[in-house]
Design a protein around this ligand. Structure first.
Ligand SMILES: Cc1cc2nc3c(=O)[nH]c(=O)nc-3n(C[C@H](O)[C@H](O)[C@H](O)COP(=O)(O)O)c2cc1C
Length: 185
């Protein structure tokens, strides 16, 4: 199985990154092929609503930025690990911009393609206790699960993670992340 981790935090070694990397470490130990990308270090423009992706005239998207090399990775992946901190009660802007560029995965009649059947894991990190921002996982489940017909493996919801290294006080979150990756079949 190919596993693609996507980190939507500007902290390249923060809490979200630690958990996404732990999921991928577990997946690798189970023999899966893994790759992790961090959206912050990539050039990903926001969607410009040109709707070229609905014309059939472009392969993925008319914007020639780093998404052009990420689209094939998404298509090849059997499991996506989507990691985002909670910013203002939601996913980060980086992650939302990334998802806006998934408009290409629905045709002009809003029929979904390429994504149905892929597995996904969500990882969220918030300063507040985990239960306060379960809503972010619920939102991701709505889009990835209900709308894009992907198959949920696990929502890993990290709370009490204000400082960048706060995860070091919650090793059980890393164990859970690694076990989730290792459980992939
Ligand atoms: C701009 C900004 C907005 C934030 N908004 C929230 C929030 O609404 N609720 C919350 O609990 N924590 C919030 N936080 C704290 C982050 O969710 C927390 O530090 C998280 O662990 C960051 O993950 P990271 O280390 O992977 O970047 C915010 C942090 C920043 C910088």
């Amino acid at each position: 199985m190919k596993v693609l981790g996507v980190i939507g935090s500007p902290r390249e070694t923060g809490n979200t990154a630690a958990m996404v990397n732990a999921v991928c470490k577990g997946a690798a130990s189970a023999g899966h092929e893994t790759e992790v990308i961090n959206l912050t270090s990539l050039n990903i423009h926001d969607c410009i609503a040109c709707c070229a992706c609905k014309t059939g005239k472009v392969e993925y998207c008319a914007i020639k930025d780093d998404m052009q090399k990420i689209y094939p990775k998404i298509l090849e992946a059997d499991c996506l690990v989507i990691g985002t901190p909670v910013y203002m009660g939601q996913m980060t802007g980086q992650m939302k911009n990334f998802f806006d560029r998934w408009y290409t995965f629905m045709d002009a009649n809003y029929q979904i393609h390429h994504l149905p059947g892929k597995k996904y894991i969500t990882v969220t990190a918030s300063g507040a206790p985990a239960e306060v921002f379960q809503s972010v996982s619920d939102y991701l489940n709505h889009w990835l699960g209900s709308f894009f017909k992907m198959e949920l493996v696990q929502n890993i919801v990290g709370g009490g993670l204000g400082p960048a290294d706060a995860i070091s006080n919650q090793p059980e979150l890393l164990v859970r992340s690694e076990n989730t990756g290792r459980s992939l079949k």
